[in-house]
Design a protein around this ligand. Sequence first.
Ligand code: CDP
Length: 571
Amino acid sequence: MDITPNARTVLEKRYLIRDADGRPTETIEELFHRVADAIAAPDRTYNPDADIKALADRFYARMTKLEFLPNSPTLMNAGRPLGQLAACFVLPVEDSMEAIFEAIKQAALIHKSGGGTGFSFSRLRPKGSTVNTTGGVASGPVSFMRVFNMATEAVKQGGTRRGANMGILRVDHPDILEFIDCKKNNADITNFNISVGITEAFMRAVEADEEYDLIDPNTKESTGRLSAREVFEKIVDAAWRNGEPGIIFLDRLNRDNMVPSVGAIESTNPCGEQPLLPYEACNLGSVNLHRMLRRQEDGASVINWDKLADVVRDAVHFLDNVIDANRYPLAQIDHMTKQTRKIGLGVMGWADLLLELGIPYNSDEAVALGEKVMGFITDTARSASAGLAQVRGAFPLFEESTLKNGTPVRNATMTTIAPTGTLSIIAGCSSGVEPVFAYVFIRNVMDGTELVEANPVLRQLLEERGLYSEDLMRQIAQEGSLAHIDALPEDIRRVFVCAHDISPEYHIKMQAAFQRRTDNAVSKTVNFAHDATIADVRRVYMLAYELGCKGVTIYRDGSRDAQVLNIGKVN
Ligand code: CDP
């Protein structure tokens, strides 16, 4: 297999099966055979004569050619006793002591298997309200979040990976101000990403500069009123300070809830890309767009749409089989997940593809192409899912879903853009739909020598044009950006933009373009320079709302030392 040294290191350290002494007992090729065999097997339930071997070979080829990869838990656990294959879960948190601690236990089981959990704490009674059985006072959502956080810390994933959580509180919960500031200190609640659940009514109140009601979830009565603008400002101010909270637009998540009869969507998974109903799980997978190109006779690269369609069809087949092969940590999750059969196919290597095509990430051409590529993927995935439905049946709740008047499909949702934090390292490509963060890294190796690691697309281009040199690479590493390096021709400087060369507006425009054609949501971080102002952050939060995003996450350079999930780094 042709993979980078970094990819090899990640796979060897964290994905290969090991013996009691910690030595790997499988090779990287064996890992991909293990996964391909386990995920091809469910075909036999639908057709006893299915050619499982041929299908496993196809899955194996897609993965080892780095055209498609399933999310980390599938790579780690498929064909193994644990067998938990999904990255995303949402658990309900009901307002009783039993239910709260039940949810903590359930989360621990999920974390142990490499999955991430999202919770809405909005149903918990506010701090200071009475507790009937004891006559005492309730401690409120934020104090319970700290208990969830500590449990996550203690579990530490039992060998797979560090647990990640999403915590959401509705903007009209009486404890909202405490929630907005609960991660003010960078050392607090570190195993959570937090987002405020925003409603359309709240946004209208912000626009009209009005007050809105805080509602006790228990009594459903107003406990007071706040100025919507002041609360919005507090959110923006906190996000400017250290990146949190993000916001999610609850009404938009529920507009795309395919089965409202089952209940409302209150939360997403930890990185925000997968809204789910309570007890629903979703497995993700990503197409590496950098591998979806072909060279024309004149040497120019173009998108290979036929190949992309083939990969998407195999990916949908793969992800639908994952639902059957999965060993869910709880009976309720097994049941719920199979009612809707959601899958989340997304992309990685988007920035690399743009580099090859010579299109700057921060251009309207790139934004339009993003929408076109994602539209093509979602449409192809939907027709592949319809094809599966003809053989396997539509997802069980299809007849009561919002899709019931259309063609039956096997899966309630098809597409999701994940961060691909580790997958992109394995595939050696840019992550998700993010721009390239840095083109050159200098690594210090043990014996004091330095290793120069350049972005492969940049390196190849510079070599082809006779411009490559180690000195130039060092200069790029030092400056971070190529924009002001005079030795580079203008056409290269214009196209090879990095995250910090791109204005926050273009970050959001790109997120919105992918969102328009993605069933679930888009994981994206809008990068700001350290000296960005609170007004800059406010503008981007408003723009995300205006352009139809389902949420927004920002990060101002240097504003936080450690993050729950560092995009682009091994977690
Ligand atoms: O690349 P990989 O498949 O490892 O994961 P990702 O695309 O970076 O993250 C996808 C999802 O996996 C996240 O939104 C979380 O739900 C989950 N995750 C987690 O639970 N713990 C981590 N340390 C990383 C990801």
